[in-house]
Design a protein around this ligand. Structure first.
Ligand code: FAD
Ligand code: UDP
Length: 401
């Protein structure tokens, strides 16, 4: 009998399990249908010994000391510089757009003031941008938009930027100084031993059991539990009763190369060349020292059978459909939906950790109130047969230098 059945061993599920187990003394069963912990942040050593991110590069960053310190209980940090170049017109460009990009574009040295004055001339005056095209052209004008954003976004989303929320391209900063970091957050670092090790430490609590290779469809009837935390896709939970929500998928193609470094920075974007959007050499930010390297090219894919749903689609039509599922979710009394797919939002890892920490307080408050001193009801009263694959998180060396 578990107090909580937690579906998904990604950041949302792991943070909730850890908090409920260690702070509230609750017995938690975490299941995941994949064969590993860490959700999309999963990393592993490939045959060449390179620590790879199986589901695309995961650059940790946050402005929140609370989130940094919370995760810091389970990992040391390796300071990282997320520097990116964009390849177009047969050459590399500093990206995101900054003063260095501008100088290369105009072909001579310039100041921040000169750049700001040029952008003021080029930008299309739009007071409140309503989509991802408007959000960029209103800052830098059409030419830079077409160079760096239009082609990449069409490839990635199979939609024109004008059909996507401003938040999609608006995630990418535009600067008139020489700050060429990909993101602006105060804290930018990678877990020193990788994400999977971080998750192993988080879940190594005696009140937490982890079963991998187990789908919720089976566990919901086989595992007796009082409450449910669900971090998978919301439309799947409701058997797609209103029709499937749209997602984007990706194919990752790794290549090991017998050279220490393959490209000058961790990520090169290809807005206008090739079918892939980006080529990532993660060694640049994990701090590994090896004579060989592995790069991974990312090919956008339509979502469908046999493919993973990686990105919810930030567009008005998709949001309207999601709202119908959300209305069902809001009526549930014994189930909490947390995480990127369950809330259908394009959240980063730190945002998910923050939301899971907040959700923990809400969930325990609700379950305490519902219990009222008496044992709460079952969320899914089934028989008590054990699920197929049972696994304790593997032993891992304690954290330390
Ligand atoms: P997930 O990590 O997706 O975990 C959910 C888990 O639930 C999965 O393991 C899944 O197998 C499991 N599950 C789902 N349904 C079921 C079911 N029915 N039964 C059993 N198990 C189930 N964020 C950053 O901060 N920085 C980055 O650089 C970054 N890069 C990214 C790159 C890519 C390509 C992608 C796709 C995402 C990136 N993110 C990044 C976002 C980051 O991956 C998410 O914020 C984070 O992983 C969300 O955690 P989660 O627990 O909500 O979901
Ligand atoms: N984008 C772009 N050109 C680039 C990089 C990003 O047009 O060179 C757009 C694209 O639509 C992308 C979005 O900005 O999906 C967000 O980029 P980010 O690198 O944050 O994407 P993620 O890492 O989430 O895939």
């Amino acid at each position: 009998m578990f107090d909580y059945l937690i579906v998904g061993a990604g950041f949302a599920g792991a943070v909730l399990a850890e908090r409920l187990a260690s702070q509230r003394g609750r017995r938690c069963l975490v299941i995941d249908r994949r064969a590993h912990l860490a959700g999309n942040a999963y990393d592993f050593a490939d045959r060449a010994g390179v620590l790879l991110h199986q589901y695309g590069p995961h650059y940790f960053r946050t402005n929140s000391e609370r989130i940094r310190d919370y995760l810091g209980q389970f990992t040391e940090w390796h300071p990282a510089d997320y520097r990116i170049l964009s390849w177009t017109g047969g050459r590399h460009w500093p990206f995101p757009i900054n003063l260095n990009t501008f100088e290369q574009f105009v072909g001579h040295p310039a100041t921040s003031e000169e750049m700001a004055a040029a952008l003021a001339k080029w930008r299309v005056p739009i007071e409140s941008p309503r989509n991802s095209e408007e959000v960029i052209v209103s800052q830098v004008g059409r030419e830079l938009y077409e160079m760096f954003f239009q082609g990449y976004t069409r490839k990635q989303w199979r939609r024109d930027p004008s059909e996507l929320d401003p938040s999609v391209c608006g995630r990418v900063p535009i600067r008139t100084n020489r700050d060429d970091r990909y993101v602006s957050d105060k804290f930018q670092a990678m877990p020193r031993d990788g994400y999977t090790a971080l998750f192993q430490r988080m879940l190594a609590h005696p009140n937490i059991e982890v079963r991998l290779g187990v789908d919720f469809r089976d566990a919901r009837v086989q595992v007796p539990h009082r409450r449910l935390v669900y971090t998978g896709a919301l439309d799947e939970y409701y058997d797609h009763c209103f029709g499937p929500l749209p997602y984007r998928s990706l194919r990752f193609e790794p290549e090991t190369v017998e050279t220490e470094w393959f490209q000058p920075v961790v990520q090169v974007n290809y807005p206008n060349d090739h079918e892939y959007t980006r080529c990532v050499e993660i060694k640049h930010v994990t701090g590994q020292k090896l004579p060989v390297t592995t790069v991974v090219r990312e090919y956008p894919q339509d979502f469908g059978p046999g493919r993973e749903a990686y990105y919810p689609l930030p567009a008005p039509d998709a949001q309207a459909l999601y709202k119908r599922y959300e209305a069902l979710a809001e009526r549930e009394t014994n189930v909490s939906f947390v995480g990127r797919m369950a809330t259908y939002r394009y959240y980063n890892m730190d945002q998910i950790v923050g939301r899971a920490l907040t959700a923990c307080a809400r969930i325990t408050h609700r379950s305490d109130a519902a219990a009222g001193g008496a044992p709460p009801g079952w969320a899914g009263r089934g028989d008590a047969r054990p699920c197929l694959a049972t696994m304790r998180p593997p032993e891992i060396a304690p954290r330390g230098p």
